[in-house]
Ligand binder design. Structure first.
Ligand code: A2P
Length: 280
């Protein structure tokens, strides 16, 4: 199991990222991100809407780790869709993070058919801004998040550059097989947000039993399961021992039979957010 994935533009990306959704701005974000970097994480995932970019920027600066050793991702929020607004939002994100480039920038959610009749052209325009920022050298890789099959297929019709990443909700209880397959066919790396099901998978009896066989926690099983399915997990924690634990997954391998058992689990623990129906 590699500790890096290689994106379609040959950029290397650390294979576990530190998730920060629901990490409050201020002391908690500063101390948890600093702790994660000390603990060995080099990949941090945030978003403008998380409201914690300023603290994450401060943590990165105070960590003293060289910028080029870190992989930093952010995302453009829904209210900033469109070419000019996206470019403005990107500038604010860079300034809040105190950075002069991002490693990865994503469209956070697709404009969807419940919200807009012209959702396809809105996504295409937002994407064009990301393509230009990428060509101008402000971002090393670009991608999308929460894009389902219909959103990706529509975007691929007009995109000059195929997204390198699609970050979706992905954990043992919510596997989104159709979109994962489309991404893998198009060399789009799937990143898993909430790989622990926001913690809801941790008491699942099937997972508890399987994890015990490997002397690992259920969190470690979920992270490893993501990797063995070819996806990049982004576990979130603000708790030092959990931050350490969640990345200790390179010293065991889930057997084919156990992968199959997990890959056939019924839907459970999903957020219920349908990217084609949400109205934010
Ligand atoms: P906390 O941040 O308080 O440590 P997900 O990554 O799927 O969104 O899950 C995040 C949730 O799971 C958070 O509530 C986090 O709590 C909790 N969590 C993260 N890692 C672990 C772990 N190793 N053991 C138990 N709970 C964890």
């Amino acid at each position: 199991m590699q500790e890096q994935f290689i994106l379609s533009n040959q950029l290397s990306i650390p294979s576990i990222g530190f998730g920060t959704w629901q990490t409050p701005n201020g002391d908690v974000a500063i101390s948890s991100v600093k702790y994660a970097i000390e603990s060995g994480y080099t990949h941090i995932d945030t978003a403008a809407i998380y409201g914690n970019e300023k603290s994450i920027g401060q943590a990165i600066k105070e960590s003293g780790v060289a910028r080029e050793k870190l992989f930093i991702t952010s995302k453009v929020w829904n209210s900033d869709r469109g070419y000019e607004s996206t470019k403005k939002a990107f500038a604010k994100t860079l300034s809040d993070l105190q950075l002069d480039y991002l490693d990865l920038y994503l469209i956070h959610w697709p404009a969807n058919s419940k919200q807009f009749t012209n959702w396809q052209s809105i996504n295409a325009e937002t994407w064009r801004a990301l393509e230009d920022l990428y060509k101008e050298g402000y971002i090393k890789a670009i991608g999308v998040s929460n894009f389902m099959v219909k959103h990706l297929q529509a975007l691929l019709k007009t995109a000059e550059i195929t997204p390198m990443v699609n970050q979706i909700e992905f954990h043992p209880g919510h596997r989104q097989a159709e979109v994962v397959e489309l991404c893998q066919q198009n060399n789009i790396l799937v990143q898993a947000w909430s790989p622990l099901g926001t913690g809801k998978m941790l008491t699942n009896s099937t997972l508890v039993q399987i994890a015990a066989k490997y002397n690992k926690s259920v969190a470690q099983l979920c992270v490893r399961w993501c990797l063995q399915n070819g996806t990049l997990p982004l576990p979130k924690s603000v708790t030092p021992n959990r931050i350490d634990e969640n990345k200790l997954v390179f010293d065991f391998e889930i057997s084919t039979a156990d992968m199959q058992t997990i890959n056939q689990m019924p839907y459970c623990g999903g957020s219920g957010l349908d990217p084609d129906q949400v109205d934010f």
